[in-house]
Design a protein around this ligand. Sequence first.
Ligand SMILES: [Zn+2]
Length: 354
Amino acid sequence: MKDLPASSPAGSGELLPWHRPVWDAMRSSPSQPQALLITGPEGSGIPLLALALMQARLCDHPAIDTGVACGTCRACDWFVAGHHPDVLRIGNDVALPGEMEAEGGEGRSKASEAREESAKSRNIPVGEVRRITNFLQVASNGAAGRFVILSPADGMNTAAANALLKILEEPPANTTLVLVSSRETRLLPTVRSRCQVIRLPRPEHDEALRWVTSRGIAKPALALDLAGQAPIAAAALDADFWAARDRLIGALGRKDISGPALMAIGEALPLPILLPLLHSWVFDCLSVATTGRVRYHTDQVSAVTSAARRQDVDALLAFEQRLRGARRLVDHPLSPKLVAGDLLLAYVACEARS
Ligand SMILES: [Zn+2]
């Protein structure tokens, strides 16, 4: 299983601005819990806070004023390279800035590959959790102790969660388990209750926009809208995404688009890109029909409005429910093309052609 990307936005344990208040509160806490659950909105960088926290604890020279890792000592080098002997990473969170920065100009971008990969590897099977036991048998090298990060922790299946519960029931000495999840309610209550929970708020719009803009992203405000105001997700929207979006939204907005024509476009896209795009478009159509406002595709107001006029609202509401179900299953698609084709045909059927 692929490890979490090791780097923070700056590759040195740097804090995201909207994490600062929680960071300061954690620093002032007198004790180090044996199990932490870091939770917050998807796409707001909660794995990065967990990584920054671990790196800071392991760093030889953290900044005196902020406690942030130095990014240059040997421990930081090991950590950023993903080789620190006292760190075990389990799980595969995607759409982190480190992946985007690592991408080259050739072929498919890493962020796009990662999104496709996420369908396969978001899950954490029991074998992965069992690696913790082996890891704990290795003595800690440093005074900071050992760290295990599971992200996304809600990717654990029942067997994996039960295996983790056994570890949490007899917490190993000198070890901190860090669980990261934007879907806290999917965790076993017995797992949650054994963790100190840190909940991160959604970043303020202006702060998020400043950060996305500072990343040099094209159309930062639109990217933020499309990502549901989640800045890390917005910054992960790469050229492949924009090309896919142009094709799909162009087709969805066309008055006379046929089912087969839409299928030809949609089936060529990976489900982790297609489903959120289709869902945000449908959400916007419903939003325009009921409130007159567009939330995601803010550059396509007239196309969304025209589509909404053609659609049967009741049919679209039912379709939106179906899309929600499909998105829940995106980690376990039986046949991605079949799923995409069925949904796109159902979308076209929502257009009242009388
Ligand atoms: Zn350091």
